[in-house]
Design a protein around this ligand. Structure first.
Ligand SMILES: [Zn+2]
Length: 390
């Protein structure tokens, strides 16, 4: 089932995927989702924030459903599994339940969340944050991509009605439980020697934008003493982030920057850099950012913050039993954010199933999962859904 998606948004030079939200690649993936939902006779719906839902049965606030799914967008130059594995496995698990002759006692939904990675507008889990009201729609719609287009612009161009975006209680009331299957982004399951695991907690994490301002000038004719080069404080900030992360026992990454004017023969006038920081302990992450901000000659703005997510313990243990066969599946903490974490924060009982990743590499074209492990993931997900839909 991953095969028809293999070419969508793939950069032939690197083998990596570029699937920005609302881009032509994303629209093609949405079309694929709609086709898969229709082919199975599911009732296809798109909510006001662009999230897609395929329902087997008719959910209502009095009879909310069990929902499974993930996202189809990608980080830039990402791999084939982060997101799509969860959506494909959701459809495959539904097929397996039907093959087993299971008739769910509650509606079963397959979901695809919009813009989970935040590659285009810088805010991850945009679709689930808008749905749950954790993100102000005014702020979201005004966010700009690298071309200067706002979220409102690109949604309008895709034929959507951005002014209707925002907290959606009607859709939320349909979700009784949410289970997201995801490729593991680490080597916990390799260490455990198990194909499938269950999420324990998601580390608190955030993104900060650092703006360093200087004066653009000629790279040849401007004497060193006369320069105001923002690249230098930026470089110090990157090195400091690494040192402070080690000191505070967290992880910190600068993976994106924008240099203006961006000429090889000009001193830059402005450098914008994005810091991503995460860790098991919220106060340690906060301390890192505070230390870094105090030492950097930059304007610093918090673009997103997600507190620690402890998934519902009873649901987590139930999943570990249902997904584990004879021995309960191992429970793993993760440093990666997910829509399931956003829903959990908003009070929806949520859980995650992880599929082994042999190298642990993710957000890269090298991301991988073996066919047999993907199949084990589908069986585990089907077992979990069958248990939850009784
Ligand atoms: Zn993901």
């Amino acid at each position: 089932m991953l095969e028809p998606l293999a070419h969508v948004g793939r950069d032939p030079a690197t083998g990596g995927y570029v699937r920005d939200a609302w881009s032509p690649a994303d629209l093609e993936l949405r079309g694929w989702f709609a086709g898969e939902a229709r082919r199975r006779g599911l009732d296809l719906r798109e909510d006001r924030n662009g999230n897609l839902w395929g329902w087997w049965g008719d959910p209502s606030p009095r009879r909310p459903g069990v929902v499974t799914g993930s996202h189809l967008d990608s980080v830039r130059q990402g791999g084939a599994y982060d997101g799509p594995l969860g959506v494909v496995s959701a459809f495959a698990a539904l097929d397996l339940l039907r093959a087993r002759g299971v008739t769910p006692a509650v509606p079963l939904g397959v979901a695809c969340f919009t813009d989970e990675e935040g590659a285009r507008f810088g805010v991850p889990c945009m679709g689930s944050r808008l749905l749950t009201g954790l993100l102000d729609p005014e702020r979201a719609l005004a966010l700009k991509d690298d071309d200067g287009d706002t979220l409102a612009d690109v949604m309008t161009r895709a034929g959507r009605r951005p002014h209707e975006a925002g907290r959606d209680d009607e859709t939320l009331a349909m979700i009784g439980t949410f289970v997201e299957l995801h490729v593991e982004q680490g080597r916990g399951l390799v260490t455990e020697g198990r194909p499938v695991g269950v999420a324990g907690a998601i580390w608190p994490h955030g993104r900060w934008r650092f703006d360093f301002r200087g004066r653009a000038d000629h790279a040849g004719t401007t004497r060193l003493a006369d320069r105001d080069d923002p690249m230098l404080p930026f470089a110090r900030m990157v090195l400091a982030a690494r040192e402070l992360a080690a000191r505070h026992g967290v992880v910190a990454t600068v993976g994106k920057l924008r240099v203006s004017p961006g000429n090889a023969n000009a001193i830059p006038g402005h450098v914008s850099a994005w810091l991503d920081a995460r860790g098991a302990d919220e106060s340690a992450v906060r301390a890192l950012v505070a230390d870094l901000t105090a030492g950097a000659a930059a304007d610093v703005r918090e673009e997103s913050w997600t507190p620690v997510v402890d998934f519902d313990a009873a649901l987590r243990d139930r999943l570990a039993r249902a997904a584990g066969g004879d021995t309960p599946a191992p429970i793993l903490a993760t440093g990666a954010g997910h829509d399931a974490g956003i829903l959990a924060t908003a009070g929806v009982p949520s859980a995650m199933v992880f599929v082994r990743n042999p190298t642990g590499v993710s957000h890269s074209p090298d991301e991988h999962a073996e066919q047999a492990d993907c199949e084990a993931g589908v069986v585990a997900l089907a077992d979990v859904l069958e248990d939850l839909c009784r």
